[in-house]
Design a protein around this ligand. Structure first.
Ligand code: UN1
Length: 496
């Protein structure tokens, strides 16, 4: 019958062959099969190859070490020029790569293309690093002397990245690492190997010398192997707080600098004087774009009691027009979770939250017609908890899905206290027209990023990014902050 075939807009591309990059060679891994599947279309393979094995970490580390000295001595403007060429290539291919990203990770094509362009923008920002201040100069208390503080690369750094921004997050770690003269061994999330390979390809074809960037795709044990490698000079990680703290402990026990960007349980606070239409739009974007799979996603919503019902009416009206389905189809707002297992764990968490007393305020439509069964979809869901529900997991835990936990507050002060009722402190969004209240929030909320009248997600490449409390560890990322992590200083007492 006409209705039992899933509508497919375009022919399904053949799986892309995956390769690892070690010492300038694109090679097959010696491990088990490596497959990335389309989470919206069960059975569709996006890319396939073989995984790296733990012994590859040592090979890649040696290759990086061999290349690092020459790379460190290459003028920073030449290193930057490689990044600028890679940025140009990503820009030229943004549409095609955005589609691959949507098929592999599950975000919509406009979000995928936007992410590729964002990666290019980050590479461009970092390509200009040679034109910015490189260190500091102090006067000396002694005659005939100056004191210079110069910055030097760490050496060989490890980079471990998550699935949810498979090209932008790697770009914002790789670009500062490379422009500041480090060689890199990179382990991306194995659920999104294709976009990792695409970024490595663009840097390789832009002229990065052999061994300066090594790409290992495979199981989590590679990350452990990397942090335990005696040659490692630094590790930058984005992912869950649990994994991050384990790696941080390993790094600390070896005296290796660690940068960790970890979980979030970010609150949006809508006060009684807010522009409710603007707030509803921004909460919708913050909570449900990318299917809630951002560490900066809005996952708690704190509403001034006076406006709670009219605000929720505005939000749910918008959600009624929000289409969930295959993210490569036009008109779809929200795709699946990254894998079936991820979707199942979010469904289980919602069921547990409900049986623990959370009240369902909204549960969105099922996936768009024609999407096959077994796909990794979870509908947009809003649950309310009250003071007795303060320990409910939907209020406490980062679920990494399209799920929003709501509480009501009697005052701005109570709203801020509820926002602070979390072990996480990545970002927050405050909706108010009152500047004094906004300034109060700056002091009251222990977060790395505060958005006033905009959604909790988003990050510009030229300003620091990172969180407080359990959300962050070590120096922040992006802008001038990334230099703090990817270089160390030598203080030079210079006498003629
Ligand atoms: C964004 O909000 O656009 O893992 C970026 C994450 C963050 C990046 C968020 N490190 O979701």
């Amino acid at each position: 019958a006409a209705h039992d075939a899933a509508p497919v807009a375009a022919p399904v591309p053949a799986p892309v062959p995956l390769r690892l990059l070690i010492g300038g060679e694109w090679v097959a891994g010696d491990g088990g099969p490596l497959t990335s599947a389309n989470p919206a279309r069960p059975g569709q393979v996006v890319a396939e190859g073989t995984q790296a094995v733990p012994a590859d970490v040592d090979r890649a580390m040696r290759a990086a070490r061999a290349a690092s000295r020459e790379w460190a001595r290459t003028p920073i403007h030449e290193r930057g020029a490689v990044l600028a060429r890679a940025a140009g290539e990503l820009e030229a291919r943004a549409g095609a790569l955005g589609l691959e990203l949507a098929r592999e990770e599950g975000k919509t094509v406009p979000e995928g293309t936007g992410e590729v362009l964002r990666a290019a923008q980050i590479l461009r920002y970092c390509s200009g690093e040679g034109d910015r201040t490189a260190g500091e100069h102090f006067a000396s208390p002694r005659r005939g002397e100056r004191i210079l503080v110069t910055r030097k690369p760490l050496g060989v750094v490890g980079i471990v990245t998550p699935f949810n921004f498979p090209i932008a997050i790697p770009a914002w770690k790789l670009a500062p690492a490379l422009v500041h003269g480090n060689a890199v061994v990179w382990k991306p999330a194995s659920a999104v190997p294709l976009l990792a390979m695409r970024l490595a390809e663009s840097l390789d074809s832009a002229g990065l010398p052999a061994g300066v960037l090594n790409l290992l795709i495979g199981p989590g044990v590679l990350g452990t192997e990397l942090v335990r490698h005696p040659g490692l000079d630094g590790l930058s990680f984005t992912g869950s707080t649990g994994v991050g703290r384990t790696l941080a402990g390993e790094a600390a026990s070896r005296g290796v600098p660690f940068q960790g960007e970890m979980g979030g349980k970010n609150a949006a606070i809508v006060l009684a004087d807010a522009d409710l239409d603007l707030a509803a739009e921004q909460v919708l974007f913050g909570a449900f774009r990318s299917t809630g799979q951002k560490c900066t996603a809005t996952s708690r919503l704190i509403l001034a009691a006076d406006i709670a019902d009219p605000f929720l009416a505005r939000l749910t009206t918008r959600l009624d027009a929000w289409r969930t389905g295959d993210p490569t189809e036009a008109g779809v707002h929200m795709g699946p979770l990254v894998t079936d297992a991820a979707a199942q764990s979010v469904r289980d968490a919602v069921a547990a939250a409900e049986s623990d007393g959370a009240r369902v305020l909204y549960r969105g439509q099922a996936p768009a017609e024609g999407t096959a069964e077994g796909a990794a979809f979870v509908p947009p869901t809003i649950l309310e908890v009250d003071a007795e529900g303060a320990d409910n997991l939907v209020w406490r835990e980062e679920l990494f899905g399209p799920v929003l936990a709501v509480r009501r507050a009697a005052s701005a002060e109570e709203a801020f206290a509820l926002a602070e009722d979390s072990e996480f402190g990545l970002s927050a969004a405050l909706f108010t027209r009152d500047i004094a209240t906004a300034l109060d929030a700056v002091d009251s909320l222990d977060v790395g990023i505060l958005h006033v009248n905009s959604e909790s997600a988003g990050a510009d490449p030229h300003v620091p990014f990172g969180g407080a409390k359990k959300s962050g560890y070590g120096p922040k990322e992006q802008g001038g902050a990334s230099k703090e992590f990817f270089t160390h200083t030598t203080t030079v007492y210079l006498r003629g």
